[in-house]
Design a protein around this ligand. Structure first.
Ligand code: ADP
Length: 359
Protein backbone atom coordinates (compact mmCIF):
# COMPACT_ATOMS: atom_id res chain seq x y z
CA UNK A 1 0.00 0.00 0.00
CA UNK A 2 1.21 3.58 -0.76
CA UNK A 3 2.46 5.82 2.05
CA UNK A 4 -0.40 8.37 1.87
CA UNK A 5 -3.34 5.94 2.38
CA UNK A 6 -1.34 4.14 5.07
CA UNK A 7 -0.69 7.35 7.03
CA UNK A 8 -4.21 8.66 6.42
CA UNK A 9 -5.97 5.44 7.44
CA UNK A 10 -3.59 5.05 10.41
CA UNK A 11 -4.54 8.52 11.68
CA UNK A 12 -8.23 7.88 11.09
CA UNK A 13 -8.12 4.50 12.84
CA UNK A 14 -6.60 6.06 15.93
CA UNK A 15 -9.37 8.68 16.02
CA UNK A 16 -12.08 6.07 15.52
CA UNK A 17 -10.70 3.87 18.32
CA UNK A 18 -10.53 6.93 20.59
CA UNK A 19 -14.17 7.80 19.72
CA UNK A 20 -15.28 4.20 20.41
CA UNK A 21 -13.52 4.26 23.78
CA UNK A 22 -15.19 7.60 24.59
CA UNK A 23 -18.58 6.17 23.62
CA UNK A 24 -18.08 3.13 25.87
CA UNK A 25 -16.92 5.15 28.85
CA UNK A 26 -19.84 7.60 28.56
CA UNK A 27 -22.40 4.79 28.06
CA UNK A 28 -21.11 2.89 31.08
CA UNK A 29 -20.52 5.73 33.55
CA UNK A 30 -23.14 8.44 32.73
CA UNK A 31 -26.36 6.41 33.49
CA UNK A 32 -25.25 5.35 36.99
CA UNK A 33 -24.10 8.92 37.74
CA UNK A 34 -27.47 10.25 36.47
CA UNK A 35 -29.47 7.58 38.32
CA UNK A 36 -27.82 8.59 41.61
CA UNK A 37 -29.00 12.20 41.14
CA UNK A 38 -32.53 11.07 40.11
CA UNK A 39 -32.76 8.96 43.33
CA UNK A 40 -31.83 12.03 45.39
CA UNK A 41 -34.46 14.10 43.55
CA UNK A 42 -37.18 11.41 43.99
CA UNK A 43 -36.39 11.23 47.72
CA UNK A 44 -36.91 15.02 47.95
CA UNK A 45 -40.18 15.05 45.95
CA UNK A 46 -41.67 12.04 47.78
CA UNK A 47 -43.74 9.10 46.41
CA UNK A 48 -45.10 11.12 43.39
CA UNK A 49 -41.57 11.51 42.16
CA UNK A 50 -41.29 7.77 41.47
CA UNK A 51 -43.76 8.13 38.57
CA UNK A 52 -41.32 10.53 36.86
CA UNK A 53 -38.30 8.19 37.09
CA UNK A 54 -38.78 6.14 33.80
CA UNK A 55 -39.45 9.37 31.88
CA UNK A 56 -36.35 11.03 33.24
CA UNK A 57 -34.23 7.98 32.43
CA UNK A 58 -35.54 7.74 28.85
CA UNK A 59 -34.92 11.48 28.36
CA UNK A 60 -31.38 11.15 29.64
CA UNK A 61 -30.61 8.24 27.24
CA UNK A 62 -32.07 10.07 24.27
CA UNK A 63 -30.12 13.27 25.03
CA UNK A 64 -26.91 11.37 25.61
CA UNK A 65 -27.19 9.32 22.40
CA UNK A 66 -28.11 12.25 20.17
CA UNK A 67 -25.24 14.37 21.64
CA UNK A 68 -22.77 11.58 20.98
CA UNK A 69 -24.12 10.89 17.49
CA UNK A 70 -23.92 14.59 16.59
CA UNK A 71 -20.34 14.80 17.86
CA UNK A 72 -19.08 11.74 15.95
CA UNK A 73 -19.40 13.04 12.35
CA UNK A 74 -17.94 16.37 13.40
CA UNK A 75 -14.96 14.69 15.15
CA UNK A 76 -14.45 12.32 12.18
CA UNK A 77 -14.52 15.23 9.70
CA UNK A 78 -11.94 17.26 11.70
CA UNK A 79 -9.78 14.15 12.15
CA UNK A 80 -9.94 13.36 8.42
CA UNK A 81 -8.87 16.90 7.47
CA UNK A 82 -5.91 17.01 9.88
CA UNK A 83 -4.90 13.42 8.99
CA UNK A 84 -4.99 14.31 5.31
CA UNK A 85 -2.94 17.53 5.76
CA UNK A 86 -0.27 15.89 7.94
CA UNK A 87 -0.01 12.81 5.73
CA UNK A 88 0.20 14.97 2.60
CA UNK A 89 3.08 17.03 4.09
CA UNK A 90 5.05 13.92 5.09
CA UNK A 91 4.43 12.19 1.77
CA UNK A 92 5.42 15.32 -0.20
CA UNK A 93 8.68 15.64 1.76
CA UNK A 94 9.49 11.96 1.19
CA UNK A 95 8.63 12.28 -2.51
CA UNK A 96 10.86 15.37 -2.91
CA UNK A 97 13.69 13.62 -1.08
CA UNK A 98 13.31 10.58 -3.29
CA UNK A 99 13.27 12.67 -6.51
CA UNK A 100 16.25 14.70 -5.26
CA UNK A 101 18.29 11.56 -4.47
CA UNK A 102 17.51 10.16 -7.91
CA UNK A 103 18.62 13.43 -9.51
CA UNK A 104 21.90 13.34 -7.53
CA UNK A 105 22.46 9.71 -8.50
CA UNK A 106 21.97 10.76 -12.14
CA UNK A 107 24.69 13.44 -11.75
CA UNK A 108 22.44 16.54 -11.36
CA UNK A 109 24.47 17.99 -8.48
CA UNK A 110 22.81 21.42 -8.64
CA UNK A 111 19.46 19.96 -7.50
CA UNK A 112 18.19 21.45 -4.17
CA UNK A 113 15.04 20.85 -2.08
CA UNK A 114 12.71 23.62 -0.80
CA UNK A 115 13.34 24.26 2.91
CA UNK A 116 9.87 25.26 4.14
CA UNK A 117 8.92 25.28 7.82
CA UNK A 118 11.05 24.72 10.87
CA UNK A 119 10.32 21.11 11.72
CA UNK A 120 12.37 17.93 11.25
CA UNK A 121 11.25 17.66 7.59
CA UNK A 122 12.69 21.12 6.89
CA UNK A 123 15.87 19.96 8.72
CA UNK A 124 16.01 16.90 6.49
CA UNK A 125 15.68 19.07 3.35
CA UNK A 126 18.42 21.39 4.68
CA UNK A 127 20.79 18.45 5.33
CA UNK A 128 20.07 17.09 1.86
CA UNK A 129 20.96 20.50 0.37
CA UNK A 130 24.21 20.64 2.35
CA UNK A 131 25.11 17.15 1.09
CA UNK A 132 24.22 18.10 -2.51
CA UNK A 133 26.39 21.24 -2.18
CA UNK A 134 29.39 19.17 -1.01
CA UNK A 135 28.91 16.69 -3.85
CA UNK A 136 28.66 19.56 -6.34
CA UNK A 137 31.97 21.01 -5.09
CA UNK A 138 33.69 17.61 -5.24
CA UNK A 139 32.43 17.15 -8.80
CA UNK A 140 33.59 20.64 -9.86
CA UNK A 141 36.94 19.92 -8.24
CA UNK A 142 37.23 16.61 -10.10
CA UNK A 143 36.42 18.19 -13.47
CA UNK A 144 38.84 21.06 -12.82
CA UNK A 145 41.57 18.59 -11.80
CA UNK A 146 41.24 16.62 -15.03
CA UNK A 147 41.36 19.85 -17.04
CA UNK A 148 44.40 21.10 -15.14
CA UNK A 149 46.34 17.85 -15.51
CA UNK A 150 45.62 17.95 -19.26
CA UNK A 151 46.85 21.54 -19.40
CA UNK A 152 50.03 20.76 -17.46
CA UNK A 153 50.83 17.83 -19.75
CA UNK A 154 50.26 19.84 -22.90
CA UNK A 155 53.33 22.07 -22.48
CA UNK A 156 56.00 19.33 -22.21
CA UNK A 157 54.22 17.18 -24.79
CA UNK A 158 54.12 20.05 -27.29
CA UNK A 159 57.84 20.62 -26.70
CA UNK A 160 58.61 16.91 -27.20
CA UNK A 161 56.62 16.87 -30.44
CA UNK A 162 58.57 19.95 -31.64
CA UNK A 163 61.93 18.28 -30.90
CA UNK A 164 60.89 15.04 -32.60
CA UNK A 165 59.80 16.95 -35.70
CA UNK A 166 63.02 18.96 -35.68
CA UNK A 167 64.98 15.69 -35.47
CA UNK A 168 62.95 14.11 -38.30
CA UNK A 169 63.40 17.16 -40.52
CA UNK A 170 67.11 17.29 -39.72
CA UNK A 171 66.76 20.83 -38.29
CA UNK A 172 68.34 19.67 -35.03
CA UNK A 173 71.10 17.22 -34.30
CA UNK A 174 70.37 14.47 -31.76
CA UNK A 175 73.06 15.83 -29.40
CA UNK A 176 71.36 19.26 -29.53
CA UNK A 177 67.87 17.87 -28.89
CA UNK A 178 68.80 15.36 -26.19
CA UNK A 179 69.23 17.80 -23.23
CA UNK A 180 65.97 19.58 -24.08
CA UNK A 181 64.11 16.27 -24.42
CA UNK A 182 65.53 15.12 -21.08
CA UNK A 183 64.36 18.40 -19.48
CA UNK A 184 60.79 17.97 -20.75
CA UNK A 185 60.69 14.32 -19.69
CA UNK A 186 61.93 15.35 -16.22
CA UNK A 187 59.12 17.95 -16.02
CA UNK A 188 56.58 15.25 -16.84
CA UNK A 189 58.12 12.87 -14.30
CA UNK A 190 58.00 15.62 -11.66
CA UNK A 191 54.34 16.32 -12.48
CA UNK A 192 53.49 12.61 -12.22
CA UNK A 193 55.27 12.15 -8.90
CA UNK A 194 53.83 15.41 -7.48
CA UNK A 195 50.31 14.37 -8.47
CA UNK A 196 50.71 10.99 -6.88
CA UNK A 197 52.00 12.69 -3.70
CA UNK A 198 49.03 15.11 -3.71
CA UNK A 199 46.63 12.19 -3.99
CA UNK A 200 48.37 10.40 -1.09
CA UNK A 201 48.29 13.59 1.02
CA UNK A 202 44.59 14.11 0.32
CA UNK A 203 43.83 10.48 1.18
CA UNK A 204 45.96 10.83 4.36
CA UNK A 205 48.26 8.01 3.17
CA UNK A 206 51.71 9.62 3.28
CA UNK A 207 54.32 7.45 4.98
CA UNK A 208 55.98 9.53 7.67
CA UNK A 209 59.06 8.51 9.63
CA UNK A 210 59.45 11.12 12.37
CA UNK A 211 62.85 11.61 13.96
CA UNK A 212 64.35 14.31 16.16
CA UNK A 213 66.70 16.71 14.38
CA UNK A 214 68.02 20.23 14.84
CA UNK A 215 66.37 23.12 12.99
CA UNK A 216 69.82 24.16 11.79
CA UNK A 217 70.36 20.76 10.12
CA UNK A 218 67.28 21.32 7.97
CA UNK A 219 68.50 24.80 6.96
CA UNK A 220 72.01 23.51 6.19
CA UNK A 221 70.61 20.78 3.91
CA UNK A 222 68.47 23.36 2.09
CA UNK A 223 71.41 25.74 1.66
CA UNK A 224 73.49 22.94 0.18
CA UNK A 225 70.76 21.83 -2.17
CA UNK A 226 69.89 25.30 -3.46
CA UNK A 227 73.25 27.10 -3.24
CA UNK A 228 74.21 26.57 -6.90
CA UNK A 229 70.77 27.38 -8.36
CA UNK A 230 70.59 30.64 -6.41
CA UNK A 231 74.12 31.62 -7.34
CA UNK A 232 73.40 30.90 -11.00
CA UNK A 233 70.40 33.25 -10.97
CA UNK A 234 72.24 35.92 -8.96
CA UNK A 235 69.92 35.76 -5.93
CA UNK A 236 71.49 35.81 -2.47
CA UNK A 237 70.40 32.97 -0.17
CA UNK A 238 71.16 33.56 3.48
CA UNK A 239 70.13 32.29 6.94
CA UNK A 240 69.24 34.22 10.06
CA UNK A 241 68.34 33.37 13.68
CA UNK A 242 69.08 29.68 13.69
CA UNK A 243 69.55 28.84 17.39
CA UNK A 244 71.62 25.70 18.14
CA UNK A 245 69.20 24.13 20.53
CA UNK A 246 65.92 24.13 18.57
CA UNK A 247 65.01 20.50 18.09
CA UNK A 248 62.18 19.37 15.84
CA UNK A 249 60.20 16.13 15.78
CA UNK A 250 59.20 15.43 12.16
CA UNK A 251 60.03 13.38 9.06
CA UNK A 252 63.30 14.96 7.89
CA UNK A 253 62.80 14.12 4.19
CA UNK A 254 59.24 15.46 4.12
CA UNK A 255 60.17 18.62 6.05
CA UNK A 256 63.03 19.10 3.57
CA UNK A 257 60.61 18.67 0.68
CA UNK A 258 58.23 21.34 2.08
CA UNK A 259 61.13 23.77 2.57
CA UNK A 260 62.47 22.99 -0.92
CA UNK A 261 59.13 23.82 -2.52
CA UNK A 262 59.10 27.20 -0.77
CA UNK A 263 62.72 27.86 -1.72
CA UNK A 264 62.22 26.99 -5.37
CA UNK A 265 59.16 29.28 -5.52
CA UNK A 266 61.13 32.10 -3.87
CA UNK A 267 63.92 31.61 -6.40
CA UNK A 268 61.54 31.70 -9.36
CA UNK A 269 59.77 34.81 -8.16
CA UNK A 270 62.80 36.84 -7.09
CA UNK A 271 64.65 38.80 -9.79
CA UNK A 272 68.46 38.65 -10.05
CA UNK A 273 70.07 40.85 -7.40
CA UNK A 274 67.32 40.00 -4.91
CA UNK A 275 67.64 38.20 -1.59
CA UNK A 276 65.98 35.21 0.08
CA UNK A 277 66.35 34.84 3.83
CA UNK A 278 65.80 31.61 5.73
CA UNK A 279 65.02 32.03 9.43
CA UNK A 280 64.00 29.93 12.43
CA UNK A 281 62.02 31.16 15.41
CA UNK A 282 59.50 29.92 17.95
CA UNK A 283 55.92 30.26 16.70
CA UNK A 284 53.07 29.33 19.06
CA UNK A 285 55.11 26.73 20.93
CA UNK A 286 56.37 25.13 17.71
CA UNK A 287 59.45 25.69 15.60
CA UNK A 288 58.74 28.11 12.75
CA UNK A 289 60.77 28.07 9.52
CA UNK A 290 60.36 31.12 7.32
CA UNK A 291 61.37 31.86 3.74
CA UNK A 292 61.35 35.59 3.04
CA UNK A 293 62.01 36.88 -0.45
CA UNK A 294 62.38 40.29 -2.04
CA UNK A 295 60.44 39.16 -5.12
CA UNK A 296 57.31 40.16 -6.95
CA UNK A 297 54.93 39.64 -4.00
CA UNK A 298 51.44 38.15 -4.20
CA UNK A 299 48.34 40.38 -4.46
CA UNK A 300 46.15 40.08 -1.33
CA UNK A 301 43.16 38.69 -3.23
CA UNK A 302 45.21 35.65 -4.33
CA UNK A 303 46.73 34.80 -0.93
CA UNK A 304 43.75 32.66 0.17
CA UNK A 305 43.90 30.51 -2.94
CA UNK A 306 47.57 29.93 -3.75
CA UNK A 307 47.58 26.68 -1.73
CA UNK A 308 44.88 25.17 -3.97
CA UNK A 309 45.93 22.64 -6.58
CA UNK A 310 47.08 24.30 -9.82
CA UNK A 311 46.16 27.79 -8.64
CA UNK A 312 48.47 30.36 -10.20
CA UNK A 313 48.52 34.11 -9.74
CA UNK A 314 49.62 34.67 -13.30
CA UNK A 315 48.89 31.46 -15.25
CA UNK A 316 49.96 32.81 -18.63
CA UNK A 317 53.43 33.69 -17.32
CA UNK A 318 54.16 30.87 -14.91
CA UNK A 319 52.61 27.81 -16.59
CA UNK A 320 55.32 25.36 -17.42
CA UNK A 321 57.63 26.64 -14.65
CA UNK A 322 56.49 24.55 -11.68
CA UNK A 323 54.11 21.63 -11.46
CA UNK A 324 51.41 23.92 -10.01
CA UNK A 325 51.03 21.91 -6.82
CA UNK A 326 54.19 22.93 -4.92
CA UNK A 327 52.33 24.84 -2.21
CA UNK A 328 49.56 22.21 -1.99
CA UNK A 329 52.25 19.62 -1.27
CA UNK A 330 54.13 21.86 1.19
CA UNK A 331 51.01 22.61 3.20
CA UNK A 332 49.73 19.01 3.07
CA UNK A 333 53.04 17.59 4.32
CA UNK A 334 53.45 20.19 7.06
CA UNK A 335 49.89 19.68 8.31
CA UNK A 336 50.32 15.89 8.34
CA UNK A 337 53.39 16.40 10.53
CA UNK A 338 51.32 18.50 12.97
CA UNK A 339 52.32 21.98 11.78
CA UNK A 340 50.74 24.90 9.93
CA UNK A 341 51.69 27.12 6.97
CA UNK A 342 51.17 30.90 6.79
CA UNK A 343 51.95 33.49 4.16
CA UNK A 344 52.22 37.26 4.22
CA UNK A 345 53.00 39.27 1.15
CA UNK A 346 53.35 42.84 0.02
CA UNK A 347 55.06 44.99 -2.59
CA UNK A 348 58.51 44.19 -1.16
CA UNK A 349 58.14 40.40 -1.41
CA UNK A 350 56.56 37.42 0.34
CA UNK A 351 57.22 35.48 3.53
CA UNK A 352 56.11 31.87 3.85
CA UNK A 353 56.34 30.39 7.36
CA UNK A 354 55.69 26.80 8.32
CA UNK A 355 55.83 25.29 11.77
CA UNK A 356 56.78 21.83 12.98
CA UNK A 357 56.35 20.32 16.46
CA UNK A 358 59.19 21.03 18.87
CA UNK A 359 60.92 17.92 20.23
P1 ADP B 1 53.85 26.65 -9.03
O1 ADP B 1 54.34 25.37 -9.51
O2 ADP B 1 53.04 27.39 -10.05
O3 ADP B 1 54.90 27.49 -8.39
P2 ADP B 1 52.83 26.56 -6.39
O4 ADP B 1 51.71 25.79 -5.77
O5 ADP B 1 54.17 26.31 -5.82
O6 ADP B 1 52.78 26.27 -7.92
O7 ADP B 1 52.52 28.10 -6.28
C1 ADP B 1 51.24 28.59 -6.62
C2 ADP B 1 51.32 30.04 -7.09
O8 ADP B 1 51.63 30.88 -5.97
C3 ADP B 1 52.42 30.29 -8.09
O9 ADP B 1 51.98 30.03 -9.39
C4 ADP B 1 52.69 31.78 -7.88
O10 ADP B 1 51.75 32.52 -8.60
C5 ADP B 1 52.41 31.99 -6.40
N1 ADP B 1 53.65 32.00 -5.57
C6 ADP B 1 54.14 30.99 -4.82
N2 ADP B 1 55.27 31.37 -4.15
C7 ADP B 1 55.49 32.65 -4.50
C8 ADP B 1 56.50 33.61 -4.15
N3 ADP B 1 57.50 33.33 -3.30
N4 ADP B 1 56.39 34.85 -4.69
C9 ADP B 1 55.38 35.18 -5.53
N5 ADP B 1 54.40 34.30 -5.90
C10 ADP B 1 54.45 33.06 -5.40
Amino acid sequence: MKLFPRLFLGHLLVILVALGALFLVVELSAPSFYRHHVEQMVALIGPEGRVLRPDLERGMRRTLNSALLAAVPFAVAVAAITASLTSRRIVRAVQLLSDGSQALAAGQYSRRLPETGRDELAGLAHNFNVMAGSLERVEQDRVALIGNVGHELRTPLAALRGYSEALTDGVMLPEQAAPAIRREVRAMERLASDLSLVSRIEAGRVDLHPTIFGARTLLAAALERFGDAYAERGVTLMTQNAPDDMQVRADFERASQALSNLLSNALRHTPPGGRVTLAVQEVGGQVGFSVEDTGSGIPAEHLERIFERFYRVDPARTRGEGSGVGLTIARGLVEQMGGTVRVTSGEGGSTFTFTLPRA
